[in-house]
Every structure is written in C-alpha cells, then in structure tokens.
Unconditional design. Sequence first.
Length: 759
Amino acid sequence: MDPISITGLVITIADVVSNLYDYSSAVKDSKDDIRKLTQEVFALKGALEHISTTTREYLSDKDHGDSDRDQQNDGMLKLARETLTNIQKRLVQPKSKIEKAKQALRWPFTKIEVENYIAAVERCKTWFIMVSMNETAERTSEIYNGVQQLAALIHEDIIARKTNVMKEETYEVIKWLAPVRSDEAHAEILQHRVPGTGRWFFDETFGEWFIEPTAEKPILWVTGKSGSGKTTLFSSIVQEFQVQCDEFEDDHCAFHYCSMDNAASQKPVNIFGSILAQAAEAKPELVDIIKPFQKPGASLIAQNMMTIQELTGLLEKALGLFKRFSVLIDALNETPHQRVILTTLLKLCTAYPGLKVIVTCTSDPVADKESRSRISLRQMRMADVNADIQAYVRYRLDTETNYQALSDTIRHEVENIMSLGANGMFRWAQLCMDHLAILRTGRDIRKALREMPTTLNETYVRLLQGIPLSDRAFAREALMWLCFSLRPLNLLELGEAVVLQEDDQDLDADCRLGNDEAILQICQGLVDYKRERKEVTLAHDSIRSFLTSGWIKTSEAAYFALNPIESHRTILRKCITYLSFKPFAAGRAPNLKSVWIFAYPLLPYVTQLWPIHSENFTLNTQDEDLILSFFDTKRHRNGGCFDSWVQFLLGQPESGKVEQTEPLYYAASYDMVPIVKLLLKRDPNIKIDAPGGRYGSTPLFIACYRGNIDSAKLLVEAGANCDAGDESGWSCREMAMEQGLHELVELMPKVNHKRQDGL
C-alpha cells in the first residue's frame, strides 16, 4: 500500500467531515444519520493513520512477497476512495453567496443510502484494522469479498440514482420551460371533436405549401370568425401532424394553445418555451444545453425567466437536430403579443429552412409588407365549415340517447335546419343541439326549430334572458370574473368572487352562497365546469367577444355588457378589499397562509394577481389612493394587512424579514411595474435604496437579480444607487451585467452623469 494514497484518503476524510459538520448545523431532520456517518468516517481515518505507520515498516521488509495481499490492499484503498468521493460529491455545496441563495441546504441522502455508505465505510475500516493486526489471509479475504459485494451494490445504486436524477432534472427543466401544458389543452379539445371533421384542410393547396422546399412562405396563417371552430380544426391539424411525424424519425411537430382564460398561455416566453420543451422531449440531449439558462425568478404569473433572445438562440440550436420541424400555434388573437410572436417565428424560419409554421387567428396578421410576403393566408371557407357542422349534427343524432327515439322525419329536419342555419358558426350549432337534446318529444323539437335564434348573438341573448331576475347580479359578476380573470378559477373561488362587494370588511356564512354549484345552474350554457379539476371557465371564447361587443349594448341583454377596462378596475378593487379584511389586519404570524387558506378560498388568486390587473388600465386617483392606503397598513401593529399579504405571497412566515422590508422592494422583486411607478410618483421622500429581503438587497438589486428590467429602469431613472450591494458582495451594476441586462447597464452611467450635473 502506498503511504501517499493513504494520506490522500485522510485529507478527503477531513473534507467529508467538514461538510458533514456544516449539514449538522443546518439540517434538523437527519442529525442521527449525520452523527452515525461521521463516527464511521472518523473511525476509518484512525485505522488509515495507524496503517500508514505499519505500511512503512511493511514496505521496508524486502521479503514480504505477498502479491495477492498487495492487490487486495490496493483494491481496498480504491474502494475506500470511491466511497468517500461519492459521499463528498453528494455533500458539495455552492461556493458563491449568490449560488447559496439559490439553493437551500438539504440532506442529500435517503435512509437506505446512508445505511449502505455506513456499511461500506465500516467494512473498509475493519479491513485496514485487521491488516494492521496481521490477521489471517482467509479472514481478510472473507472481508474483502464482502466489501466487493457491497461496493457493487452501491455502484448499482449510484447508477440508478444518476438515472433518476437525470429524469428528474429533465422533468424540472421541461416544467420550468413550459408552465402551461399544451398536451392537457389538446386532450380536452379532442374529447369534443367529431371523427372525420377538418379533413378538408389537408387538400392540394395545403400539400403544395407543406412540401415546398424553399422558405419563401414558411408560415400558413389560418383565419376564421370567432365561433367557427378554429380551435377544433387546430386540434385536427395537430393530430394529423403527430401521425405524420411518427412515421419519420427526424420529423417533429410542437404545438401551443393560447387562451384568454389563462394569462400564462399568452406570454411569448411561455409559448416559445413550450415549443422548446417539446423539442427537448424528442431530443433529451437538449436538456444539458438548456439547463445553464435556468434563472431564479419571482413572477406573479407562471413563466420561465428567459428572454426571447435566449429562447430564439436555443430554438435555433434545437431545430438543427431535426430534418424537418413544424410549429403549430392556436388563437394568436388571444394574446396581446402577436407582433413579437410573429417576428420571432419569421426569424426562426430564416435561420432554419426546414421549419414550417401554422397559426390560427380571427384576423389577418399585423405585419409590415416584407413580413406579410412570407406568410400564406388561408380563410376558413363557410362551405367547408358547414360540411363539418353537418357531420357534427349527424354524429350527435346517431350517438346520443336523447335523439335515438326521434323519427327519421324529425332527424332529417334537425340536420337540414342546423346545416343551413349555421352559416359557418360551429358554436351556434352546438348550442342549438344542446338545447334540443333536453326536449322530451319530437313535437317539442319541431317547435323549437321554428323558434330557434338565427345568429350566435341572438342565441346568447336568449340564454341571458332565461336567467331569473333574482340571479342576474350573480350571473353578471360570474361572467365578469370569468371573462377577465388571469387564470381559470375553481368553483370555490368563483363562489367567493360573485358575492364580494367593494365595501365588505369580511365574509361569513350569511354572505356566501349556500351551494357553490348554484353558479353553474344560473349560467347554464355560458360556463364550462371541469369537474376533475373543479375549474370553471367560459363555455366558449365567443361569449367574451359577445359580452364586450358594441352589439350587446343595444340589445335586450344590455345589462350584461362588460367593459374590459372597468372590469379589470373592479376586480383590482375587490382584490384589495379582500386582502384588507379585518382578520388579516393582525399582521405577521407563523403559518398564516395555512390557517386562512381554507376560510378564504379566493386568497390565492387575489394574493398573486391583483397587481397584474393594474397593468390592464391606467390607475386613476381613486385607484392609487386605495392601493397606497393598503400599503400604509404596514405601519400598523405587526405590519397589518400589508405584511399579511406579503406572507401569503411568499408562502412562508419569515416574519422578521417581512417586518424590515418596504413595499418598494416587493414591487420591484415581483416586477409590479405600475406599482413601482405609483410608489415613486406619490412619495418624493421614498427610501429608494432601503435594504430588504433575505440578504439586505436594495429594490434595484433585487430587480436586477430577478431580471425585471422595466422595474429596474424606473428605479435607475428615479436615482437609485447603481453601486449599492447586498450580502452577496455584488453591486446592482455587477448584477445587471451578470444577468445580461445590457440595456440597463448602458442606462446606468447616463443617469449617474445626469445626477452629477444636477439634472
């Protein structure tokens, strides 16, 4: 045995023990495992130090001549080294304070893993003790074989763990890249699709576009009216592309559904993150390229924290791994970022000639002449849609129990009237068929056909007029929240929202609905309830279009007309009202969120999303006063309602840090741009560089760290100290450079120069 090798092992043990000591100070739940492992490692150290001395004597004996024992000794040293190295790798900690801030110190071993490592160290220790005592070759060989078996077991465990870690890392990267799962939306839409519909899309015109080898017009832009069945058609396109891609190994398609019901689905970073995630699922080697781009972030709406430029660069690399790649995006009219998305798609098409893109929208693209020249437009023809509607009506007549008893004459009448009266409006046909399905006799159906509304708008008016007068206020509130909520609401949240009034100080059983499902009954035909997730959404996006149209204002359903700006304003005010309830005035308290979440079901929504509603309109003086009044409760005992809100937002108590942190810090951290503007505008004496949070960061520092460039710009322009730092030792300027906020870095010296000139 080489004394130098033994000395190296002793040094490794010292490092392992040092890391174990760090974990024992920080980890509460695994102290017994840490103690046992530390004891065995110390014992091995003692055995190695003892044998180091005897080895020198052993080597000085030129006649020792036992080559088998030498091989076993070297093998045991190797096993001990591998065991200690594996333990050390698992115990490795981040070196910089920045990295430590990103990663909490957690015990990295399971109970079984600890037992295996303790057994391996103990047997190595026993071996070296017996060697030093000159035990028999038979006994030491027995121990050696036992350790070899244990080492093989640990090696298998390490391989299995690495495989599991890789799978887990891949899952986490995919989940981070694509917080909105396109496959879930696709599966739901396919449930309502009638087999055989949409085949007209794959005609000769489509075939010529798809096989076109040049990238002259790589984007196919499909337009159709709201309610004409675009999303159902899109699901058919996705399904067809998936079948085609399954036949060719290097072909792949990725798709995304935009939805007005979910603000996260509308964000460009999530749209392209979803596309990249699907590419990574097909080519797992992409995960290692993506991982370095993962950034910490705090966002009120779920999103990855990458920039469009970063995503574009990664997508260009990803596309190079495929012979042909297709990107399919539904409902670009349901995102306010159409121009950014189209520009990015065109850039990707230029970089990768094998890319084909299909998008659906209610209108033609908003683009310059050059961009439009690269887009092939296709309108959903009424004749094609009507043929699908006829197939849809026939399918329901053939498969639904309520229609089975109808005579052939009535069935023929239903099919003819639905097909001729639809005028390309799938949604109209669906609503009419839903209504006919509940009627008891063929005579009733024939009468209903004669009285059927002739347009989709008239159909919605009839549904709204059918709501009892006593329920109309509830219905209007429900429709307002469902039209303008920023994510789907569950049934309990919606039930709470519809009874909430701006002057409420609390809600009790007398204020709440006796039956939450009453809303589903009141708004029948207008809302959709996903029972497995308990989520309520509008039954169709055309309802939102109808309620916000000019047409409804002069109709018999004018009471239900909604104004987007005023609706967002109302929801914002009601969110602040909810967060200002008397029970929350007690301020900071341990386990605050877990205590109140059951009593106040709307709390998760209002906590996360009230600032986002403020981005959808210009705050007036009344709105500003309401928000500032809420923020002023921080001066109350235990931080009042404001600190309660912050604890709800953080999802953890941390009452000491919350107490020391000003509102501007949280507004900058979560990129609440209108709120940052408001605080800077209304308080000329604001402490713009007041430290806060876990590490004593200034608002500008945390904005830079999170990559919140808009909030950071406002702070720099307002005179924030660009060279202030926090406990990490980094300055705001350095952090902005580290995060690649080059535009902000360029702004910093300009603003500093202005300040020096007294401007």
